[in-house]
Design a protein. Structure first.
Length: 248
């Protein structure tokens, strides 16, 4: 494993209790970062924090609620004193359904967590990063945001929104030493698959030329570079880790 110098830096990982977020938390901790896990499930986040070597802390947050995100930021600054890195991994898949059958309330929930949650968390940390004169933000999108999946328009639209948002914020902050990028993974074997039907899971796997799901550790390795000072000239960009699925 390559090691990036994150010694002493503070990394906020949303959705860090499990799945991709937990893998990223472990990888950045191995690179020397101190970890703040922001998650709605405080108990599970606390259990994950205990497995991370070094300084890690769990903070309950509802990314759909701006006041909750503000409170989490203040709790993080009180505990650690700074925030150098944000990895925004909180998200849900939502049920698989045809557009005419899709429940509007569920559509709004997916958008609130996946897209508005990304806006809230980015908005919360940017002023601190500007004051510090440094920051790295990595938003976890999805190849679905580029390619789309039938009967999953809600998820594809939310992740396409994350991609567009990242590009805009990356340009906005380009004159600061704040890099904002996103990654677009193919499906990984995480608890989010529990929200999907086996038929849909098989469909997603069939679209991956590699013939397998991406490992969360592989995603974490890509995020580690994007979170480092070595990512010095790249911002507003999209990094595929889709096993060959992405066509652009």
């Amino acid at each position: 494993m390559n090691r990036y110098d994150l010694d002493g830096q503070v990394a906020v990982i949303t959705g860090g209790a499990q799945g991709i977020g937990a893998a990223v938390a472990h990888r950045l901790a191995a690179d020397g970062a101190r970890i703040a896990i922001w998650d709605l499930d405080e108990v599970k986040a606390g259990a994950t924090a205990k497995t991370i070597p070094g300084h890690a802390r769990a903070i309950r947050v509802d990314v759909t609620d701006w006041a909750s995100v503000e409170a989490a930021r203040e709790a993080t600054l009180d505990a650690f004193g700074s925030i150098e890195i944000l990895v925004n991994s909180a998200g849900i898949a939502g049920p698989v359904a045809a557009i005419e059958d899709y429940d509007t309330a569920t559509w709004n929930q997916v958008m609130a967590i996946n897209l508005t949650g990304t806006f809230h968390t980015n908005k919360a940390v940017v002023p601190t990063m500007k004051e510090q004169g440094y920051g790295r933000i990595v938003n976890i999108a999805s190849v679905a945001g580029k390619e789309g999946n039938p009967k999953a328009s809600h998820y594809a639209a939310s992740k396409a929104g994350v991609i567009g948002f990242t590009k805009a914020i990356g340009k906005e902050l380009a004159t600061w030493d704040i890099a904002v990028n996103c990654v677009t993974p193919a499906a990984a074997k995480t608890p989010i698959l529990e929200q999907l039907t086996q038929e849909f899971i098989d469909f997603m796997l069939s679209k991956i030329p590699k013939g397998r799901f991406v490992e969360v550790e592989e995603i974490a390795n890509m995020v580690a570079w994007l979170s480092s000072k070595e990512c010095s000239f790249t911002t507003g960009s999209v990094f595929d880790i889709s096993g060959g699925r992405a066509t652009y």
